[in-house]
Ligand binder design. Structure first.
Ligand code: TYD
Ligand code: MG
Length: 473
């Protein structure tokens, strides 16, 4: 009998009965992959209902009678990761850590049991026990050192309570873990695991979905939190994190340039806390080190001002972040001007350039414009608009901006400067870092108390901004 197959979109997880060049759900081209149809046996139906946390039939429970689980969070030993999760990991939750190969997922996931002292089952399908041991030794050295400095009061452990399990059959893993439940389970990586109930290769869409579903069921039934690692490749070819996003409770994603030493962990989804929050780490010879004050590292220490640089105040989740936006504007060598942006949406850059040209009369259409966000950051906060515009103008006129100025506002299509969310917090953070002036929209509302020691410059449109900046210098 011919085996039935279904097609999945690797970009959004949409399911279809036939191949299509373009996914009708997300509109991406060439993303459909074939996978055998999952057997809808009695056991898989059971498991589906069980994934909501029950062996037996469940009954509705009055909301007021449900126990409050807020205080039962478990610390992972890394303050920044705990903060991202909303104050520690929730027992019985499934957390996905995604990122490109080599970015530091395995490093982070081994640092967690070493730091936290939790009884951990560390399952690896990628490395041998000896490789893990070598890495753990390196990491323990780092922990020892930091303890001396007093940076980490939790300190480290010698790895006594960590069990390494080199296995890829998820059925066996879940069975072993259920027999001797740890306080934390780590699975590295979802792409290497397989279940024998499905006949496709590890890493295929149906395997990934089933492995994740089994781990979720395990977590909910035993109350053991599970940290699941998933690879993403640049071209997004490997199915995984996107499809898993619906299943898991929390998605943390690693970003950053592999070449640079900074790594950003972003919470994309969190059923127990806020999303789009970030934590910054530095990759050192002894593992990932938390950067508690990322703004301080992202702001350059120029003695004198350089043209083309402007400091932007963005807000990722709950934390304001200051960093440098760099622009280079030069006459176009070829007929058409080039526009290129790293860490910023190129279409947004084009829009800002059009606004500067049309609304404020700056001739930029014949200029090449290159834009870069310091530290390999990716910025989507509209508050970066004003700093981007200022960096472009500064480079265009070769006019360095004052070093003690920073910017936080959106620029609209008619050249108006619009307010952004949580202006108070941005102002307070800029003041804390020693900035003397912050440019915001004149329509912003903020608490005057946050503006201690800093002058808040309110501007309503681009011409007013230019006037204020020239006056400011
Ligand atoms: P790794 O955690 O293996 O990446 P992933 O699991 O996401 O594929 O990290 C790999 C990189 O980190 C590798 O290039 C080496 C570097 N690294 C350090 O710089 N210092 C360290 O202490 C460790 C363990 C790794
Ligand atoms: Mg790895």
């Amino acid at each position: 009998m011919k085996q039935k197959t279904v097609w999945y979109c690797t970009s959004c997880g949409n399911e279809s009965s036939k191949w299509m060049g373009r996914c009708p759900a997300c509109g991406e081209w060439n993303t459909m992959v074939e996978a055998p149809v999952e057997q809808k046996s009695a056991s898989s139906r059971d498991s589906r209902s069980a994934s909501y946390g029950a062996e037996e039939r469940r009954k509705p429970v009055r909301l007021a009678e449900i126990e409050n689980g807020a205080e039962s969070r478990v610390s992972l030993g890394l303050g920044e990761v705990d903060r991202l999760l909303g104050g520690g990991i929730v027992p019985g939750s499934l957390v996905l850590v995604g990122g490109e190969p080599g970015i530091g997922k395995s490093t982070l996931s081994l640092q967690i049991p070493l730091r936290s002292g939790l009884k951990t089952l560390y399952v690896t399908g990628e490395e041998s026990a000896r490789q893990v041991k070598m890495r753990a030794e390196r990491l323990s050295r780092g922990i020892g050192k930091q303890e001396g400095v007093g940076a980490d009061p939790a300190g480290g452990t010698s790895g006594q309570q960590v069990d390494i399990f080199c296995e890829t059959c998820i059925d066996n893993i879940v069975e072993q873990a259920a027999a001797n439940p740890p306080q934390l389970m780590i699975v590295d990586s979802v792409q290497t695991m397989y279940t024998s109930t499905i006949e496709s290769t590890p890493g295929s869409v149906s395997q990934i979905k089933e492995v994740a579903a089994m781990l979720l069921r395990f977590a909910k039934q035993t109350g053991v939190p599970v940290l699941l690692i998933g690879h993403i490749t640049k071209d997004g070819y490997i199915a995984g994190p996107k499809i898993l996003e619906h299943i898991v409770d929390v998605v943390l994603q690693f970003e950053g340039e592999n070449r640079g030493s900074y790594r950003i962990l972003r919470s994309i989804k969190n059923r127990f806390g806020s999303t789009s929050d970030i934590a910054v780490f530095e990759m050192t010879g002894e593992g990932l080190k938390e950067v508690r004050n990322p703004s301080e590292m992202l702001i350059p220490m120029h003695e004198s001002g350089l043209s083309g640089a402007a400091i932007c105040v963005t807000l990722d989740g709950t934390r304001p972040l200051l960093f440098e936006v760099q622009a280079l504007v030069s006459s176009a060598v070829y007929g058409t001007a080039q526009r290129s942006a790293t860490g910023f949406d190129t279409r947004r850059l084009n829009m800002l350039l059009a606004v500067l040209e049309k609304r404020a009369g700056f001739h930029l259409s014949a200029k090449d414009v290159f834009l870069n966000m310091a530290g390999g950051l990716k910025v989507s906060d509209p508050a970066a608009d004003l700093a981007v515009s200022c960096a472009v103008l500064s480079s265009n006129f070769d006019f360095p901006l004052p070093l003690d100025c920073c910017f936080a506002a959106e620029v609209g299509l008619s050249g108006e400067i619009r307010p952004v969310t949580q202006t108070d917090r941005r102002i307070a953070e800029a003041a804390r870092l020693g900035f003397k002036k912050i440019f915001v929209s004149s329509y912003s509302s903020y608490d005057a108390k946050s503006a201690k020691g800093i002058q808040v410059m309110k501007v309503s449109d681009i011409p007013a901004l230019v006037k204020a900046l020239f006056k400011a210098s």
